[in-house]
Design a protein around this ligand. Structure first.
Ligand code: NDP
Length: 337
């Protein structure tokens, strides 16, 4: 079996590729230039998958027919390539590659993907929720309408996170619309993965702290960086999943997140509680431990997700926050930062 992974050099995608290779698949991964392809070839060759892994350049995912060649001869596709950063000067900088990249992949599969049986699109919880003011549980039937509306109203002046959320919502919507419209002509079905914040050890090309991907950068800034944080910042809560579980979900979704809530202070508590310290000599901020209620039942997460469908279909045994913290700090320590 052969699969195509777009944006294969990214944080999540490198783990997606690795899981596929470990399960015996042949993988074709795309990246935006030859240097990024070379990084992947080296990494996967060192793991012994030199023969099974092929890297190809797709320079511009917004170009008509960008994936026409890449989709040939593959049985499945994981489309992960999409911008996730907070530096866009215009809303289109995120929305156009997110939407056109996704629709472009589906179009190429319609045209040249005669062997393709399933396409998995990496969407996001950003397509599902808009930050609630009271604790709220979401499920796959929910849509983030608010961020799209806000970007419509404010345009480029919308907050960077709102623009990102709108880009993911619009991309997922266009994928479902495309699928609906072309149902009769295609040999594949569509599946989407909606991860919350993804944390855990990176295996992609991170030569310095500055080159960390957005979600791990946020984790690093809160947990590792020796920078005072306000009580308010450390009380903010969200949902998370380990990167390896996210990757596995892509693989399982192609064959046929236990992520739970967090408040930032809990990651600091986890880092401080690990003995031995996975990063010898490094100290972590203490933060404000009192913002975490002692009893689990009293902890309130503002965003949570109904995982019944995931458990029914994929049934992943998820990493715990202590495992994710330990493995990530060990990885950071080994980099000598
Ligand atoms: P990374 O930034 O590590 O990976 C993003 C990938 O998409 C890279 O391969 C990147 O290429 C590619 N990409 C970004 N912008 C463009 C563009 N304009 N044109 C072509 N390719 C582009 O981030 P993640 O691994 O975290 O993200 C992967 C996917 O997961 C994204 O779709 C993201 O929205 C989604 N996601 C991430 C979450 C998280 O917490 N990390 C949570 C939920 C969803 P290059 O390296 O060349 O920039």
């Amino acid at each position: 079996n052969k699969v195509l992974v777009s944006g294969a050099n990214g944080y999540i995608a490198m783990w997606v590729v690795r899981h596929f290779l470990e399960r015996g698949y042949r993988v074709r991964g795309t990246a935006r230039n030859e240097e990024k392809c070379e990084f992947m070839r080296n990494y996967f060759s060192k793991l012994g998958y030199g023969e099974q892994f092929e890297a190809v350049v797709v320079e511009d995912i917004t170009k008509e027919g960008a994936f026409d060649e890449a989709v040939k001869d593959v049985d499945g596709i994981a489309h992960t390539a999409s911008p996730f950063h907070m530096n866009a000067k215009t809303a289109d900088e995120l929305i156009i590659p997110a939407v056109q990249g996704t629709v472009g992949m589906l179009k190429s599969a319609l045209k040249n993907g005669s062997k393709v049986r399933r396409i998995v699109v990496t969407s996001s919880c950003a397509s599902v929720m808009s930050p609630p003011s009271v604790p709220t549980q979401y499920c796959e039937r929910d849509w983030n309408q608010l961020s799209v509306q806000e970007v419509k109203e404010k345009g480029d002046a919308a907050a960077p996170m709102t623009i990102y959320r709108a880009s993911k919502t619009l991309a997922e919507r266009s994928a479902w619309e495309f699928h609906e419209k072309h149902k009769a002509e295609i040999s594949w079905d569509l599946s989407v993965i909606n991860p919350p914040f993804v944390f855990g050890p990176p295996i992609h090309d991170v030569s310095s702290v500055k080159s960390l991907n957005t979600s791990l950068q946020m984790w690093y800034d809160k947990v590792v960086l020796d920078k005072p944080q306000t009580k308010e910042e450390l009380s903010a809560s969200n949902s998370w999943v380990d990167v390896r579980d996210t990757a596995l979900a892509h693989v399982l979704a192609l064959e046929k997140p236990d992520a739970s809530g967090f408040i930032w202070q809990e990651w600091l508590d986890a880092a401080n509680s690990l003995s031995p310290n996975p990063w010898p000599g490094h100290t972590y901020n203490k933060g404000f431990p009192e913002v975490v209620p002692a009893s689990r039942e009293d902890r309130v997460y503002h965003i949570s997700y109904d995982k019944a469908k995931e458990q029914r279909i994929l049934g992943i045994k998820f990493h715990t926050s202590l495992e994710t913290t330990k493995d990530t700090l060990e990885d950071f320590a080994a980099r000598g930062w």
